[in-house]
Structure formats: C-alpha cells, structure tokens
Design a protein around this ligand. Structure first.
Ligand SMILES: Cc1cc2nc3c(=O)[nH]c(=O)nc-3n(C[C@H](O)[C@H](O)[C@H](O)COP(=O)(O)O)c2cc1C
Length: 459
C-alpha cells in the first residue's frame, strides 16, 4: 500500500478503514472543537472531520493519528506491529523532496494586503484561559540564512490580528535560523503549512537540527514530497498542504504570547517572536487540522519516531540498546531502555550521553535486557530489586530546561536524573530471574485460550 500524498487522501484512507467519523452538526471553533477532540480521544474514538464550522466555510479535522493503527496507516501499513522496523528501514534510505511548479495549495492565492485575513481560517481556541485562537499543528519551513539548509519545525502560533501571529520559537532548527537572520538585522522568510500529511508533521518534530526534515519526511513516506515555491517570500511548502500562510519573522521584535494550555497540562506564556503575514494560499475548500495538546495523537507523533531516533543515536555510539520506550503519560520526558552491557560503567555513560543529548528527556532508567521496557510493572520490579540510591543514581544539574516545564528553575535551568537499574555483571547468578522451563511456559500459554473459553461458557 503506498502512503497517500496529502491530508485529504489520508482522510479518504481513514474512511475506507472505518477510522473516520464525519460530524454534521455545527461546532464552534471556540472551545467546542477542542473539547470534542479531548473527549473523543479519552474514549480512544475515531478521527474526526467537522463538516460545519460556525462562522467560516472551512472544515476542521482532528485526532488523525490518535491510535497506533492510524499512525501505521499514515505510513502505508495495515497494522502497527512493523511500525518501528519500517521507520528504521525507511529512515536509513535518503529520499530528496522534489520541486514542482504548482499544486492544490495554489488553487486560491490571496496576496493583496487588504484581503489577507487569518480570521477566515477558523483557527480553534483550545482552553478557557488561552490568549486567543492558536495554530497547534502549523509546520514551519524555512532556510538557514547562512548555509541555505532547508528544514522544518512544529511551533505554536497565536493569531494576533488579520496579518499578525506570535510564534513560540525555542527549539532548533527554526529558532537558530531566526536568530542568524536577526544578527544581520534581517527577517526570516517562512511558510506555515496547515493540514499537511501526518508523516510531514511527524518528521517536523524529529530531533535532528542539522538535517533537512523535508527529506526525512520523504524518506519516511518512501516517496519524494512535492514542494512549491511561495508567492511572496523565499520559502517552500508542501504542494498538497491544505493551506499555507506565508510571512516574515521580524528581527528585534518580541511580544508577550500566550497563555496557552500546553502539552504539559499547564498554561504557559512567553516573550516571543512575531510574524508578519504576507499571503495565504489554500485548496478550494480547505480542511484545517487541529491538534489538541494533550491527546494521544501528540504522544504518537513524538513517541515511535523519538524512540527510533534515540535507539539509532545510542547504537551509533556503541551501546547495545535492545529496546527503548517513552512513557506515554510523561509528555516525552520519561524513558526506559534495556541494555546488554559489557562493563558496569556503561549504563552511567549512556545516561550522561542521553540526558545531555536529548533536550526533552528529563528522567531515564536503564535496565538489563531480561526486562521488558514496554511493561511499566517490569521496569518498576527492576528498580525495586537492582537499584541502590547511593551508587546507581546519576544527577546532572543545571541543564537547559524545556520552556513548558512549570517546575523549571530561575534562568530556565533543570536537573536531569538517571537510574541505573541493571544488575552488576559479577553477580549475574544472584540476579537470575525465577522461571519455569521454556517448553512448560509455551505449553501453558497454548492451553489458556481453550481453558478460558470453557470457563466463560460454564459461567
Ligand atoms: C506537539 C508539539 C508542539 C511543539 N511546539 C513547539 C513550540 O511551540 N515551540 C518550539 O520551539 N518547539 C515546539 N515543539 C518542539 C519542536 O518541534 C522541536 O524542534 C522538535 O521536537 C525537535 O526536538 P529538538 O528540540 O530536540 O531538536 C513542539 C513539539 C511537539 C511534539
């Protein structure tokens, strides 16, 4: 199955697979869309397409890759079992994006200053105390003003007027591009895509600040992403995006942006860059994507990709990592990984490397490869039986904190903590897990479904 090119192709695929619910009744983009997304996600319900949005003739789609099955569909797979393996294979084969003359996103072009109006896009307001409507899944594309490297990033954008947005820009590469431009007193030209294919969204948050993330997205899709030139700025955008906002990040300008109810579960405001919008282009009947900050879709967009990227990075460094799992409820801050170690210093070396190298990981635990990192009970068992606080704890104070972490210290510092819950190599025998012979385990596992069947019939 080839993965689809754009959001609406992906919606068709969801529909064919019984994974999409079209909502016919009118919904208000202020709070209501957000709450539908949250409550449906709690039920692990289908992806949603709001057909009738109060005030504007646009549709809004959400909860698109809210389950592993739907994320697998975005990769052109029927089930999630092969997702990590497929990610790793495709990531290793570089595919370049390709420039095309035009595409569906150019069906309507608005560049007359008087007609450019962000309010026509029906951008949702998510939470009671939010500073206004927010674009939560706008993929920014821009070029490094020094090297010309093109890349992408996902950054929240507050609508501040017909042609003005606040943009929260702390993470590379886009933050670095903006500060390079600013050093020369120049604005940074950018394109913000709304309603891109989920794999483009996923690639935009891969932690790889010196690569072209559009190429990463092409590799992950297994075919080149088509890019079109912008009308008013020196930037490119996916040809199949539902809408593109073109604009300039202004140098030497900062304004309060927020509050916004973040992925952390707390409101967060910041002194942020400002974008002057120069044009809006969109498909004839655009579908705007909405991403609620606390739904499973956020975890799924960052989780499997983040896990695959960390495994890659650690193996390249010579650590025999056998598996790695980001905890779904930690907003990507907690990770457990299993290691086949050759020296007792390895877990601590790994923890120093991981905690200082990956900005969003705050707490990490290393276990032996006889522990299942995807089972929180198994990880807790290893912590209870293979960890001593005076010797096995790694504390790294005063690293740079995530801005959205409300527990961060003055000056945006944080302390990271690692736990070495592996058994000493010399004491392998003492730490041998209790078990029965493998053939008995398999025999009993094979008999259980039959016995359970008898049990439920007898009830
Ligand atoms: C849902 C979501 C929202 C994000 N919003 C922002 C944002 O508003 N500002 C920002 O600088 N980074 C934001 N990021 C993170 C960046 O896209 C980041 O560059 C990316 O996760 C790569 O990780 P890195 O910082 O380790 O390179 C967000 C990430 C996710 C998953």
């Amino acid at each position: 199955m080839t993965p689809p090119k754009g959001l609406r192709h992906f919606l068709d695929l969801l529909k064919k697979n019984g994974e999409l619910l079209s909502v016919g009744e009118e919904v208000d983009p202020k709070f209501e869309v957000s709450e539908y997304l949250r409550q449906f996600d709690k039920e692990r319900g289908p992806a949603l397409l709001f057909e009738k949005v109060k005030g504007q003739p646009v549709r809004i789609a959400g909860n698109l890759v809210g389950t592993g099955k739907r994320l697998a569909l975005a990769f052109g797979l029927q089930s999630e079992e092969k997702l990590l393996e497929t990610y790793q294979k495709r990531r290793a084969r570089r595919i370049e994006p390709r420039r095309v003359r035009s595409g569906p996103v150019k069906q309507v072009v608005i560049k007359d200053k008087k007609r450019v109006d962000l309010n026509t896009l029906a951008i949702p307001t998510y939470h009671e105390r939010d500073g206004g409507p927010y674009i939560t899944c706008g993929v920014l594309t821009a070029k490094d003003p020094v090297t010309g490297l093109r890349s992408m990033g996902l950054h929240r954008l507050q609508i501040k007027g017909r042609n003005k947005m606040g943009v929260h820009l702390t993470n590379p590469p886009i933050s670095r591009f903006a500060s390079e431009a600013e050093k020369n007193g120049k604005p940074l030209d950018i394109a913000v895509s709304l309603g891109a294919h989920p794999v483009i969204l996923l690639a935009s948050i891969v932690s790889s600040p010196s690569e072209d993330k559009v190429a990463i997205a092409s590799s992950l899709l297994g075919s080149p992403i088509d890019l079109v030139r912008c009308e008013t700025v020196d930037a490119e955008a996916p040809a199949y995006a539902e809408a593109v906002i073109e604009g300039k990040i202004l140098p030497q300008v900062r304004e309060m942006e927020g509050p916004f109810g973040e992925t952390s579960g707390y409101y967060f405001s910041d002194n942020s860059y400002v974008i002057e919008v120069t044009a809006i282009t969109h498909q004839r009947d655009p579908i705007i994507q909405a991403l609620h900050p606390t739904v499973h879709e956020v975890t799924l967009l960052g989780g499997p990709a983040g896990e695959a990227e960390m495994i890659r990075m650690l193996r390249e460094r010579g650590f025999t990592v056998t598996d790695l799992a980001i905890s779904p409820s930690s907003n990507r801050a907690h990770v457990a990984l299993s290691l086949r170690k050759n020296h007792d210093a390895e877990p601590r070396q790994l923890l120093h490397f991981l905690l200082s190298g990956i900005s969003y990981i705050k707490h990490a635990v290393v276990v032996d490869d006889d522990v299942n990192v995807r089972d929180p009970e198994d990880v807790e068992w290893a912590m209870a039986t293979r960890f001593q606080g005076d010797e096995d704890l790694v504390i790294i104070p005063n690293l740079k904190a995530r801005g959205i972490d409300p527990s961060k210290k003055e000056g945006r510092f944080m302390t990271k903590v690692g736990l070495d819950a592996t058994a000493p190599l010399a004491l392998r025998e003492r730490f041998k897990r209790i078990s029965v012979p493998a053939e008995v385990r398999e025999k009993v596992a094979g008999a259980i479904p039959r016995l359970l069947g008898q049990y439920s019939k007898a009830k």
